[in-house]
Design a protein around this ligand. Sequence first.
Ligand code: 0L1
Ligand code: MG
Length: 262
Amino acid sequence: MALSQDTVQALAQRLDDCQQQVRDTTKITDDQPALDWNDAYAIQDALLARKLARGARLVGFKAGLTSRAKMQQMGVEAPVFGFLTDDLALADGGALRHAGLIHPKVEPEIAFVLSRPLRGPGCHVAAVLAATAFVLPGIEVIDSRYRDFKFDLKSVIADNTSAAGFVVGGTPMPVAGLDLVNAGVVLERNGVPVGFGAGAAVLGHPAQAVAELANHLGRHGREIPAGCVVLSGGITEAVSVAAGDSVALSVQGLGRTSLRLI
Ligand code: 0L1
Ligand code: MG
């Protein structure tokens, strides 16, 4: 690691304050160009520790930047991983205050819920499918704390990969018999389709993103616990949303979920 513990804590506080006070900041690598990958995840861990200390519960994980569309949109080339706490979870059809967010966007995703823990290294698609209780449609709300969504990979990892909210719904389905590669996905904003894709957009198979998450956590001696929700990554580019918008996601074979911005 290149940063001291004090600097890691100070950067976590800066990002946490931005989220709580609904204001943006410049990317942290501008001030800390030596920041390395371990520092980036250490800042994310410190952010999680701050939230847990306030009473939040860890309920899942997310993979981000897992599709070519997202990688091109953000000008990066590798997936990133973050955490989901209970304060980010919305009820299906639920409402999120736009004024509590900086510049939110939504992403259509396939969510996995595990029946048993998964631990890397060596995790692969078949192991993920064998450990999956069910999959269901998920809409992720992202809200980078960085000005104009301008960041590099290390800065976005520190910022918990822009996580700001999520909803899952539809029909939870066991994976046996499902074709998650060819499953069609339609994202609607105010009833108008704004994003189309298929599961294959996520690393060829959305379970691949879950396997890479398990391998990432495994490198740090951790696992994905049973019962956790895992968002496998945006299938299309992220779509900006404004107050008053409603967003719905349909995934072939898995039904529909939605949220509103108020
Ligand atoms: O979930 C995601 O793909 C977001 C990863 C972070 C980059 C972004 O803010 O779009
Ligand atoms: Mg996402």
